[in-house]
Design a protein around this ligand. Structure first.
Ligand SMILES: *Cc1c(COP(=O)(O)O)cnc(C)c1O
Length: 427
């Protein structure tokens, strides 16, 4: 394979993994251990001083988790990755690494509801100030830039509204401001969209969703694109100034284009502690082996379901970027040629009551707060995930009272449609 660049499905199965050198085990073993024996005192010292790579303690790194990290970095086309306990932990570590109290970051206001809460409340208590912008109005990002801005955060396909973000345009704003663009690529996955090819500098995932793909484990990943010039402005001293806790090492000098991933591990994960369990890493790795097959089927099914709903008399409208005529259809054609993903919303003519009734009457669909499972999932955001938000925030986030969110599974499309058909008939 020397000169040959492997394709997506090959990387999804092989990247980062070798047969176990001791036992020959072909599947990646679950290294269910807290700690690792040092070769000798010098080896231990070199590990603790960041002079050599290796395993110390599973809070900081673990061989099963490392395979997952290498695999997601390869699939996204990044330089390095860090596996963590959840998508929210990934966001926490990225911003903990980037920001100091009083700093600002600009975020798209169309985000997963949990991220809106995390930014508005938990992050505020650290003195990290979110400034919201509208992904449909690029000038609102430009207008939000101040000398305190340290990053821009968006979702590639935004949860829950089926919104496609114009990454090239937003990355131009980030470049002009001299700040990294962070993209949450959970809904698209690298199978449908590789944000580093469109100007992202850092990609994060809730691996809980399509990467794991089977609704059985919570996890998160941070991927360093290796693209951002951390030295240009002097505004990212965590990488460009000596680190007192590591004998004065300058992380950027030592680790170059994967210094940000190292910083998230040795300054964030080490001290804050949201480590991914090796068992969850194993399940997520197993999920990733079929990522391409699954996401294509998810996306093909979603298009069929969206077409069905768009013609149903009880439905006021469908927000799916794969549907011709959708406001994001052209962006989807540019960025998502293989399909527009599996998660989208639609609006019921019967409003809040109809939403509640629909989720009560489905049979094949599961009524729950997750996406990216093999199973088809349904939720009424206004009464659940987005209920903490004000009515205005709900509508701005694409989660008004009449909105229902679907995550289309990989069952037979005809069965998914039949279930919605019978439940809609009962409204
Ligand atoms: C679920 C989700 C998160 C949070 O991930 P957890 O693994 O639940 O912590 C972040 N972003 C998006 C887009 C999500 O769907």
């Amino acid at each position: 394979m020397s000169d040959h660049t492997p394709g997506f499905s090959t990387l999804a199965i092989h990247a980062g993994a070798q047969p176990d050198p001791t036992t020959g085990a072909r599947a990646t073993p679950i290294y269910q251990t807290t700690s690792f024996v040092f070769d000798d005192v010098d080896h231990a010292a070199a590990l603790f001083g960041l002079q050599t790579f290796g395993n110390i303690y599973t809070r900081i790194g673990n061989p099963t988790v490392s395979v997952l990290e290498e695999r997601v970095a390869a699939l996204e086309g990044g330089t390095a990755a860090l596996g963590v306990a959840s998508g929210h932990a990934a966001q926490h570590l990225v911003f903990h690494t980037l920001l100091e109290p009083g700093d600002e970051f600009i975020a798209s206001r169309k985000l997963y509801g949990g991220s809106i809460n995390q930014f508005n409340h938990a992050f505020k208590s650290y003195g990290w100030n979110v400034v919201w912008a509208d992904p449909d109005d690029i000038s609102s990002f430009e207008a939000a830039v101040t000398p305190k801005t340290k990053a821009i955060f968006v979702e590639s396909i935004a949860n829950p509204g089926g919104i496609v973000t114009d990454l090239k345009a937003i990355s131009a704003v980030a470049k002009k401001a001299g700040v990294p663009l962070i993209v949450d690529n959970t809904l698209a996955t690298p199978y449908l969209w590789r944000p580093f090819e469109h100007g992202a500098d850092i990609v994060i995932h809730s691996a809980t969703k399509f990467l794991g793909g089977h609704g059985n484990s919570i996890g998160g990943v941070i991927v360093d694109g290796g693209t951002f010039d951390w030295t240009a402005s002097g505004r990212y001293p965590f990488l460009t100034k000596p680190r007192p806790e590591y004998q004065g090492i300058v992380l950027h000098e030592t680790f170059g284009n994967f210094a940000f991933a190292i910083a998230c591990r040795v300054l964030g994960l080490r001290d804050l502690g949201p480590a991914l369990s090796p068992f969850n890493a194993f399940l997520i790795l197993t999920g990733i082996e079929t990522l391409g097959l699954r996401v294509q089927k998810h996306s093909d099914n979603a298009l069929e379901v969206a077409k069905f709903l768009s013609q149903h008399p009880a439905v006021a409208g469908v927000n799916y970027a794969g549907l011709p005529g959708d406001r994001y259809y052209d962006l989807a054609k540019t960025y998502l040629p293989k399909g527009a993903g599996a998660v989208f919303t639609f609006r019921l003519k019967g409003g809040y009551e109809a939403g509640v009734s629909l989720v009560s009457n489905v049979e094949l669909f599961s009524h729950l707060a997750n996406i990216g499972d093999t199973r088809s999932l349904i939720i009424h955001p206004a009464s659940t995930t987005h209920r903490q938000l004000s009515d205005e925030q709900k509508t701005l986030a694409g989660a008004g009272p009449e909105v229902v969110r679907l995550s289309i599974g990989i069952e037979d499309a005809a069965d998914i449609i039949a279930d919605l058909d019978q439940a809609l008939a009962k409204l």
